[in-house]
Design a protein around this ligand. Structure first.
Ligand code: NAD
Ligand code: UGA
Length: 449
C-alpha cells in the first residue's frame, strides 16, 4: 500500500487532482510541490484566493489542508518522503529549436526526472500525469537510470488526466475512465496495481483501464484531438448555416440525437480555447510528420486551422459592422476560455481583441473571474501596447455597458445569459447563449442575404 505521494506541479491539474486524492484517501499523505513560491504561498493562503478557481475546490482544500494535503516548495524533501511521485508540470508547445511551434516542450518534465534522479534515496514509482508525446516514458526512464542511484528501482507509469477546467472536481469524482499504462514486467504490473488501489477508493474498478504505456500516452492526445475535431466540425458548418439560412443550434441538436454521434461537444462557438487542445493537436501533427504520415498530419492540422478561421470570421463581422456604423468601440464580455474558470490560456478573446485593436477599434473588457493583470499580460504577450487608451478593463458588467452599446459575448458566463438585455444594445453573440431576437449577429444563426 502506498502511504506517501507527492505531485510536482501545483497547477490546474496537480491542484484539483491531489485535493481529490487527499479527500478520498485519508490514509495517504499528499504533498503538492511547485518551484513557483508565490503559487505555493497562495495554496497555503486565503481560501478565496487559491491559484486555481474551480467550483467545489476550496471546500475540499479547507477540509484536507494541513491534515493529509500539504503544499510546499521543498521538492527534494517531498521526493524523498514519497513512494509514488506524480509529474503534473506544464508541457507547452516548443518555441525554439527542432519542432518549434508544433512539438511539446518537455523541458519541465525532463527537469523533474533529473530532480527525482538526484534526490531519490529509495525506490520510486513515477507517474506521468502531464500530457506527453507517445514514448516520453522511455526518456524519463533513461534519465532516472543514468542519473539516479544505481541501487534503486524506478517504475514509470502513464496516467493521463481527462478533467476539464470549470468542472474539474465533478470530473475527478466521476471520471468516465481512469487510464493507467504500465510495463508488462512483474514490477511494472505491481506499480500499476498500487495506483489502481488508490483510485479504487472512489472509482469503480470497471472504469479503470490498464493498457501499455504507449497506448496510454497516445490515447490522451487522441481524446483531445477527437473532442476538438467535433467543435471544428460544427463550427465549419456554422459558416454554411449563415449562407443558407439553416440554424446551427437546430442542426447540432438534430445531428447529436443520433446515438452514434451524441449531443456533447457540438456547441458552435467563437472557437475553442484552453491550454491544451491546440498544443496537443499540434503535437499530434508533429508526431505524424515525424513518422512520415503526412496525410494524417494534414487531417488533424485542419482542426486547428478551422478554429483560427472561426475566430477570424467573428472579428471580421464586428469590424465590418463598426466600420459601416461609424461606431468605434465595443464591450468584450468574457476573457476566460470558457465559463467557471479563471484560466484564459489560448482564449479566443485574446485573438479577437487583438484583431479589433489592429482595426483601430476601442475595446472595453469585462470578465467576472480573470484578473486585470492576467488580461494585460495576455495582451502584452501578443505585443499589444497595454498602455494604449484604446483598452479599458472594467470590474462590472453594468460599468462595461455604460461605455458602449455594441457588445460581443465571448465567454458563456451565466451572468451574461441572465442579464436583462435591453433593445438598445447591438449584440454579437459568440456563444449562442441569447435568443436570436436579442442578437444582431450570432454564430450560425444569422442569415446572410
Ligand atoms: P499549469 O501551468 O497550470 O501547472 C503546471 C505547474 O508546474 C506550474 O505551477 C509550474 O510552476 C510547475 N512547474 C513547472 N516545472 C516545474 C518544475 N521543474 N518543478 C516544480 N514545478 C514545476 O499546467 P496544467 O494546466 O496543470 O497542465 C499540466 C499538464 O496537464 C499539462 O501537460 C497539460 O497538458 C495536462 N492537462 C491539463 C489539463 C487542464 O485542464 N489544464 C487537463 C488534463 C491534462
Ligand atoms: C479539455 C478536455 O475536455 C478535457 O477532457 C482534457 O482533459 C483537457 O482539455 C486537457 O487535456 O487539458 P478544457 O480545455 O479544460 O478540457 O475544457 P473544454 O470543456 O474541453 O473546452 C475547451 C474549449 O472548447 C473551450 O473554449 C470551450 O468553450 C470550447 N467548446 C467546448 C466549444 O466551443 N463547444 C463545445 O461544444 C465544447
Amino acid at each position: 500500500m502506498i502511504k506517501n505521494i507527492c505531485c510536482i506541479g501545483a497547477g490546474h491539474v496537480g491542484g484539483p487532482t491531489m485535493a481529490v486524492i487527499a479527500e478520498k484517501c485519508p490514509d495517504i499523505n499528499v504533498i503538492l510541490v511547485d518551484n513557483n513560491k508565490d503559487k505555493i504561498d497562495a495554496w497555503n493562503g486565503d481560501l478565496n484566493n487559491l491559484p486555481v478557481y474551480e467550483p467545489g475546490l476550496k471546500e475540499i482544500v479547507k477540509k484536507v489542508r494541513d491534515k493529509n494535503l500539504f503544499f510546499s516548495y521543498d521538492i527534494d524533501n517531498a521526493i524523498q518522503k514519497s513512494e509514488m511521485i506524480f509529474i503534473a508540470v506544464n508541457t507547452p508547445t516548443k518555441i525554439n529549436g527542432e519542432g518549434a511551434g508544433m512539438a511539446a516542450d518537455l523541458k519541465y518534465v525532463i527537469s523533474c526526472a533529473k530532480q527525482i534522479a538526484k534526490s531519490a534515496k529509495s525506490d520510486k514509482i513515477v507517474v506521468e500525469k502531464s500530457t506527453l508525446p507517445v514514448r516520453t516514458a522511455e526518456k524519463v526512464k533513461e534519465i532516472l537510470i543514468n542519473e539516479g542511484n544505481k541501487n534503486l528501482k524506478f517504475e514509470i507509469i502513464s496516467n493521463p488526466e481527462f478533467l476539464a477546467e470549470g468542472t474539474a472536481i465533478s470530473d475527478l469524482y466521476k471520471s468516465d475512465r481512469v487510464l493507467i499504462g504500465g510495463d508488462n514486467s512483474k514490477s511494472g504490473k505491481k506499480a500499476v496495481d498500487l495506483l489502481v488501489e488508490i483510485y479504487k477508493n472512489w472509482i469503480s474498478e470497471d472504469k479503470i483501464l490498464r493498457t501499455n504505456v504507449w497506448s496510454s500516452e497516445l490515447s490522451k492526445l487522441a481524446s483531445n484531438a477527437m473532442l476538438a475535431q467535433r467543435i471544428s466540425s460544427i463550427n465549419s458548418l456554422s459558416a454554411l448555416c449563415e449562407k443558407t439560412g439553416a440554424n446551427i443550434v437546430e442542426v447540432s441538436n438534430a445531428v447529436g440525437l443520433d446515438k452514434r454521434i451524441g449531443p456533447e461537444f457540438l456547441k458552435s462557438s467563437v472557437g475553442f480555447g484552453g491550454s491544451c487542445f491546440k498544443k496537443d493537436i499540434l503535437n499530434l501533427v508533429y508526431l505524424c510528420k515525424h513518422y512520415g504520415l503526412n496525410e494524417v498530419a494534414d487531417y488533424w492540422h485542419s482542426v486547428v486551422k478551422i478554429n483560427e478561421y472561426q475566430k477570424n470570421r467573428f472579428s471580421k463581422k464586428i469590424i465590418k459592422e463598426l466600420n459601416n456604423s461609424g461606431n468605434n468601440s465595443i464591450v468584450l464580455l468574457g476573457w476566460s476560455f470558457k465559463k467557471d474558470t479563471n484560466d484564459s490560456r489560448e482564449s479566443a478573446s485574446i485573438d479577437i481583441a487583438c484583431e479589433l485593436l489592429n482595426a483601430g477599434i476601442h475595446i472595453i473588457i469585462y470578465d467576472p473571474m480573470v484578473s486585470d493583470d492576467r488580461i494585460f499580460q495576455d495582451l502584452s504577450m501578443k505585443k499589444v501596447n497595454v498602455k494604449s487608451k484604446k483598452i479599458k478593463v472594467v470590474n462590472s458588467l453594468t460599468n462595461a455597458l455604460k461605455l458602449s452599446n455594441t457588445v460581443a459575448i465571448l465567454t458563456e458566463w451565466d451572468e451574461f445569459k441572465d442579464y436583462k438585455w435591453e433593445n438598445n444594445f447591438k449584440i454579437f453573440d459568440g456563444r449562442n447563449i441569447l435568443s436570436l431576437t436579442q442578437c444582431y449577429y450570432s454564430i450560425g444563426r444569422s442569415y446572410e442575404n
